[in-house]
Design a protein around this ligand. Structure first.
Ligand SMILES: *Cc1c(COP(=O)(O)O)cnc(C)c1O
Length: 463
């Protein structure tokens, strides 16, 4: 069953049997607070509201499909991570989950740092005023131009991903007369998934330098010799959509083992350890994510314990949650176009978006929830599949869902927990225009990423 994991998340909930779906919920109008952004509710007519605004109003003003993002929820989650880790640790929001200039400003205001992994993400961060020293630059194939730009800008750290990159960054920094702070990303032979982790001797993946065979130790040895680099720590990222902390335990044990080796060989204690991101969120009511303070407590204890055992002073910890901050804060609002009952099977509900605004279902078999948003309904539940408008039978948004049996064209439905890896992975497939991101806060709504237009499409097509 296993498919190789994307850094943005392996297929979700692959522990469930094929064809799994839960029984219909007792109340189709109920909104599980685990799955929905914090200010989401229903008004007295059963219409979904967020930040005090009802979705019919949002659809009228901004059109559908649209990603509706609860700004207060985003800020609260960012702050919760920041507070949970306190002043002895750094929280880096993984920009690839969803990045825009408004998001950068919120992060800056809430005291978080930012991970970027391309020139485009770096440009977005800098243009919104994120101080360069609070930016970490990731990636397994940063171009020399991207590296130069990052070094010139003065990013707080570059996370080195290969032997060649160690030399490349050192050379560029030196030629600019700089000493670049770097971490070395290693693979510790732990691959974590939702409810379990797999420990393997070798890591068959493109990221990082394997701990196995002394390769990570050799990378540190080489980096320490280069004048252009200041090695500040070791980085490890073990997976995505993780609920079980035991994978982090094994990873921390192995990273601290390397820190001890480095101390024994070079007489230095590297001051930082980055445990990556990958903390899970609830896509459906079956998921049970942990709160940031529980995660912070667990990770800090693990690292402290391992360091005490190795007689090392505890390094400064950093973490890189992406999905766990932005994922739950947004839902996608769609309009139902056609409702097609297939006798004895299920009803296909087609919406005005699809795999171009949410590729995760097609790509990872991700599970999502869905609710009728423009009204309440007492109709009997019907088993549905929510599909998009693309010319592709795999164009599925929600594979198995129950919606009220009176669902009709023109109804609005909402798919929660689409804040992460939906807009950021959106495409123009079939020349469908990418939806806007609308931020809602305290009774007001504003576009933070506008809807793509046909002019946008045609501007790139030079004829
Ligand atoms: C993708 C990624 C993250 C964020 O992962 P989430 O699952 O969104 O928390 C953090 N660090 C690194 C290095 C990543 O590649």
């Amino acid at each position: 069953m296993s498919r190789s994991a994307h850094p943005a998340g392996p297929r979700h909930a692959d522990v469930l049997p094929e064809g799994h779906y839960s029984a219909p919920p007792a109340d189709l109008n109920a909104l599980d607070p685990k799955v929905w952004a914090r200010t989401v509710g229903r008004d007295e007519h059963g219409v979904l509201t967020v930040g005090g605004i009802d979705v019919k109003q949002l659809a009228e003003e901004f059109g559908t499909p649209a990603y509706i993002l609860d700004e207060a929820d985003f800020r609260a989650r960012a702050r919760a991570w920041r507070t949970a880790f306190g002043s002895d640790a750094d929280v880096f929001y993984a920009g690839k989950a969803f990045l825009s200039r408004a998001v950068v400003r919120w992060l800056h205001e809430e005291g978080l740092n930012l991970d970027v992994c391309s020139g485009g993400e770096l440009a977005t961060a800098l243009s919104a005023g994120m101080p360069a020293d609070r930016i970490a630059f990731h990636g397994n194939n940063k171009s020399p131009a991207e590296i130069e730009r990052a070094v010139r800008a003065g990013v707080g750290r570059i996370v080195l991903d290969s032997f060649q990159e160690i030399v490349r960054v050192a050379h560029i920094a030196q030629s600019l007369g700089k000493r670049q702070r770097v971490q070395i990303r290693i693979t510790v032979g732990v691959e974590a998934h939702t409810h379990e982790f797999i420990a393997t001797a070798h890591e068959d993946q493109k990221f990082g330098i394997p701990l196995a065979g002394g390769q990570a130790a050799e990378a540190v040895r080489r980096a320490l010799q280069l004048d252009g680099l200041e090695v500040i720590g070791i980085h490890s990222h073990i997976g995505s959509q993780i609920f079980d902390m035991s994978g982090f335990e094994v990873a921390a044990h192995r990273v601290v083992g390397l820190l001890r080796e480095i101390r024994d060989e070079h007489g230095i204690e590297l001051p930082e350890i980055d445990l990556g991101g990958g903390l899970g969120i609830a896509y459906t009511s079956d998921d049970d994510p942990r709160e940031p303070h529980e995660i912070a407590k667990a990770l800090t204890e693990i690292v402290t314990r391992e360091c005490e055992a190795a007689r090392l002073s505890t390094p400064r910890i950093s973490v890189e949650p992406g999905r766990a901050i932005v994922g739950p804060t947004a839902f996608t609002l769609y309009e139902v176009g056609t409702v097609k009952p297939l006798e004895g099977l299920r009803t296909y509900v087609s919406v005005d978006g699809g795999m171009s605004d949410n590729i995760r279902t097609a790509l990872y078999d991700a599970e999502y929830s869905v609710a009728l948003a423009s009204r309440g309904s007492d109709a009997e539940p019907m088993l549905c599949r929510v599909v998009g408008k693309h010319c592709e039978s795999g164009d599925i948004v929600v594979r198995d869902a129950f919606l009220p049996g009176d669902l009709a064209p023109g109804d609005l439905i909402a798919v929660p927990a689409t804040g992460a890896y939906c807009r950021s992975m959106a495409s123009n497939y079939n020349h469908v225009l990418r939806p806007p991101v609308v931020a809602v806060d305290g009774g007001g709504a504003r576009v933070i990423v506008r809807r793509e237009t046909e002019e946008d499409l045609l501007r790139l097509d030079v004829g």
